[in-house]
Write a protein that binds this ligand. Structure first.
Ligand SMILES: Nc1ncnc2c1ncn2[C@@H]1O[C@H](COP(=O)(O)OP(=O)(O)OP(=O)(O)O)[C@@H](O)[C@H]1O
Ligand SMILES: [Mg+2]
Length: 344
């Protein structure tokens, strides 16, 4: 795992509210979808930070905010100390080169009418300084080779490739500008299970080779554990818990994390027998009208009065602060308590 120096990316109190409007001619705002609501985390050089959480909890919105595909409502995104949430024009373009994205669906994210060479080389149109015109084809061939595709495929079209190969093309495009950070939003979710491992292995190899930092978003908990150094658990626009993969998976402190893990299928009968299964009642509330206090309290078996009144801040619980293992294991729960999980 990466040595901890300064974080390469620091997200502070990030907020994204999408206005809810009513009326056709005269739109008026009647509320807001609180998709991301006061989210803070760090990404360190060379590490993989996983983000997990159920559908609609705001994972993709975080990714889009980092890429500035969405404008934050509030908060800071510090890249090497500079707030990219406030940048525009040339300064934004310069930073963007260093933060690239790999999308979920390799079937829709590649333009079907462009050749693979043009798709991978497209970032060079915006940043010609990286590859002068005469050098582009050579660069693209090199990128194809790096992601394990035959450089002779340079003139083919996306439909001539399998799903896994298409995601390799998406990754090659993400690497074209030699970025430092890659934001991966469910990069293998659309692929067959047998292909997922190959793409994950490729991503791990590339991370070492190019010293990349990954923000890796997925809802599959076992894939996230496999690839991540640290994991952030998200619920309804907020982070519930952040820690190393061992802290999150083996000793989670937030009831939501504990419930998520208890729902992972357990192949080993012995582990299954000792595992207490937590069934969450009720649906995820609407992000347009989240519960007061702790957003998870309406589904939480530990909830008390305090949980309706006070928003629990993401912090290392008092009693774990002095322990080596507990330091940096943050939880947004008034009643955070370690629970040991036995895996097969
Ligand atoms: N452009 C938008 N306008 C209004 N609401 C939006 C917009 N984009 C996202 N939302 C809402 O914000 C919330 C978070 O969405 P987001 O796509 O970030 O979730 P997610 O965690 O990526 O979910 P999934 O696992 O399904 O991809 C959802 O309630 C979604 O409906
Ligand atoms: Mg998403």
């Amino acid at each position: 795992m990466a040595d901890r120096g300064e974080p390469i990316l620091q997200v502070r109190n990030l907020v994204k509210h999408f206005p809810l409007t009513q009326g056709i001619l005269f739109k008026r705002q009647v509320g807001a979808v609180k998709a991301v609501d006061d989210v803070s985390f760090e990404l360190y050089q060379g590490e993989t930070l996983g983000i997990v959480g159920e559908s609609g909890c705001g994972k993709s919105t975080v990714a889009k905010l980092l890429m500035r595909l969405e404008q934050p409502t509030a908060g800071q995104i510090l890249y090497k100390g500079e707030d990219i949430a406030r940048l525009s024009g040339r300064a934004l373009k310069a930073v963007r080169r260093n933060i690239q994205m790999v999308f979920q669906d390799p079937y829709t994210s590649l333009n079907p009418r462009m050749t693979v060479g043009d798709i991978i080389g497209e970032p060079f149109d915006i940043h010609p300084e990286v590859a002068p015109k005469g050098d582009r084809r050579r660069k693209v061939r090199e990128l194809l080779d790096v992601v394990g595709l035959n450089p002779e495929y340079i003139n083919r079209y996306p439909h001539q490739f399998s799903g896994g190969q298409r995601q390799r093309i998406g990754i090659a495009r993400g690497l074209a500008l030699n970025p430092e950070i890659i934001v991966c939003d469910e990069p293998v979710s659309a692929l067959d299970v047998s292909v997922q491992a190959q793409v994950i292995n490729l991503m791990e190899r590339l991370q070492d080779e190019f010293e990349l930092s990954y923000l890796f978003i997925a809802h599959d908990l076992s894939i996230v554990r496999h690839i991540s150094d640290r994991v952030a658990v998200m619920y309804l626009g907020k982070l519930a818990e952040v820690g190393t993969d061992a802290q999150i998976y083996d000793h989670p402190t937030h009831p939501y994390t504990q419930a998520l893990l208890s729902a992972v299928p357990q192949p080993d009968p012995a582990a299954r027998a000792t595992r207490e299964r937590i069934i969450l009642t009720g649906d995820v509330p609407s992000p347009a009208n989240p519960p007061s206090g702790c957003r998870f309290r309406t589904r939480c078996w530990k909830a008390q009065d305090k949980c309706a009144k006070e928003v629990p801040l993401l912090a290392v619980p008092e009693r774990y602060r002095d322990s080596d293992s507990g330091a940096r294991h943050a939880s947004a729960c008034h009643f955070a308590e370690e629970k040991d999980i036995v895996h097969a």
